[in-house]
Design a protein around this ligand. Sequence first.
Ligand code: GLA
Length: 678
Amino acid sequence: MDLNDLTRRLGNGTPRIAFGADYNPEQWSREVWKHDVELMREAGVNLVSVGIFSWALLEPEEGRYEFGWLDEVMDLLHANGIAVDLANASASPPPWFTVKYPDSAPVDENGVRQTHGSRQAFAACSPDYRRAAAALTTAIAERYSQHPALAMWHIHNEYGCHNQPDFGPHAERGFREWLRARYGTIDALNEAWGTAFWSQHYYDWSEIMPPRRSGTWVNPSQQLDFARFSSDSLLECFEAEADIIRAHSDKPVTTNFMGTNMGLARPVDYWRWAPRMDIVSNDHYLIAEDPRNHQDLALVADLTRGWAQTKPWLLMEHSTSAVNWQPRNIAKSPGQMLRNSFQHLARGADGILFFQWRASRAGAEKFHSGMVPHAGRDTKVWREVVELGAALEKASEVAGSRVVADAALLFDTDARWAAELDSHPSMEAQPVRELREWHDALFRAGITTDVRQSTDDLSAYPLVVAPMLYLVTDDGAANLRRYVEGGGTLVLTYFSGIVDEHDRIIMDPLNGGGYPGAFRELLGIEIEEFFPLHAAETVPLTEGSGERWSELGRTTTAEAVSRYEAGPTAGSPAVTRNAAGRGHAYYVGTTPDAEALAGLLPRVLADAGIEPPRHAAEHPDLEVVTRASEEGSWVFAINHGTEDARLPVDGVELVSGSATEGELRVPAGGVAVVRVAG
Ligand code: GLA
């Protein structure tokens, strides 16, 4: 069972976009529950996630379960035609659990043990936690797997949000086991970690620790492996719980990813997790104060679609308005929530859900918006919720269709983790920022991008941009070479292809040759030294300027598109282009400013045979994305600007039901989706 089965079920046979929220009825009285379901019907809610933080109420003491209230909630929702995404409630062990099993709580890098009182207070490798979560999951699966309201399963909640990494004794044991399985021998580990450095050689597995606080930088290869291990240990938790569910139920299983803003959630490697999901689901929250937060949203949606291997996915959480956890929790302006929702829909979401249904009265999130605000029905938020419900219903036919992407951006978790480690040439070399800026450059040009990994089959994309692919495996490097030789256009940016999978420099100690070891030949260049720039310094290029980074090097077979014009790297190539097989590989050795980018991008697009759509120049604030299937194609237009926009497209606009007659008018701040004629 997958997302198509879910959307068909929600529409009684015809696909319908999922619409709803996390629903936490345990925070409210039965009287409010009745009102809730009436309001849900009014808004067209068809799916709610229930029980995510209900462990303490469902299991008052170990092994004794109280399901009465949840039975009532499930029955009430079913009676009102609302399907349930039921949680297995393992996300937050109750206080009695931590009191009974104190060593099950996570420990930070300084050795400080956390306690209950917020949420997620457990260590992923704690056997007591795993046993208790499995018992709870079994009890819930046995009780509800046949319930008619049940539509899908929500395992846990945002794995690793608060308890990762854990440096405690369970993690120590787990890490050693994981390393033994990976390396087999201690010698292989010593080689991979480069332990000849700083007298770090290990003679026995028992000497190896999680990278706890040490005098200064802990071995980076060790840190990288610990990040991988920590992600894998949570994945083991997911798999154990999902296996129990799947033994009882054929309904699709997911856990909500945290591909959210503020640096694209770090603790978990979703590329490894996504194949284990029946439905890929994601949470996204706007960076409220970022004037281009809609572009961040687009990037995260594109990345989520990448995790889903370009198939549709589910937006499990976003907010109707303000959140409670940013420095200034700016509320959404009128229309903004609708635009956000349509952006996700345009970029492949087949469901738009919120955190949460009703804004809480108490607790740490009482100032977080919900679909039902504290002020009730006569509000901007509620009116927009109802408007969105109606609009999504009208757009239902897009469910199941795929986003039409023009290009791909690469974002490997290992490369990101490694590039973010300490003691690097410049704090300015930030992979997530580079990714976001290259995504933005393409977004502004009206180019829709998938986000993929370096090892994925890229042959269908005329253009692939790899921002700061610092770490690359042999397979990844070979794949990119194949891609270019097969006719692709590749753009690699600075600090790419520098280290192998263990974070060791890719180099030849006997013959030299310079950076980037993994791509020197493909790019036709040799870099001998990095020259990171001072804060706020720029370096003039043949065209425009470079920021953050520069390099001393030379071309071998590449042509220099532009050079550094001053400073210690004057005369060195800054941007290069190399022919390889039937394609071209560009290298961008600095962060191009707007002028440099304006010169470079058209050239790259021309090589890739991509013609930027006209609307990008005419209406810079109009976001246009196409979804298509065998049944047809749909053009989404989201106007983030303050002026009306016009787009040549012939068909029927689904929300208004009117024909465009060749030209769609999208009012300032408005959204539209057109079923393209023919
Ligand atoms: C996360 C969690 C939710 C809630 C929201 C608040 O996404 O999954 O339970 O805390 O953040 O923004």
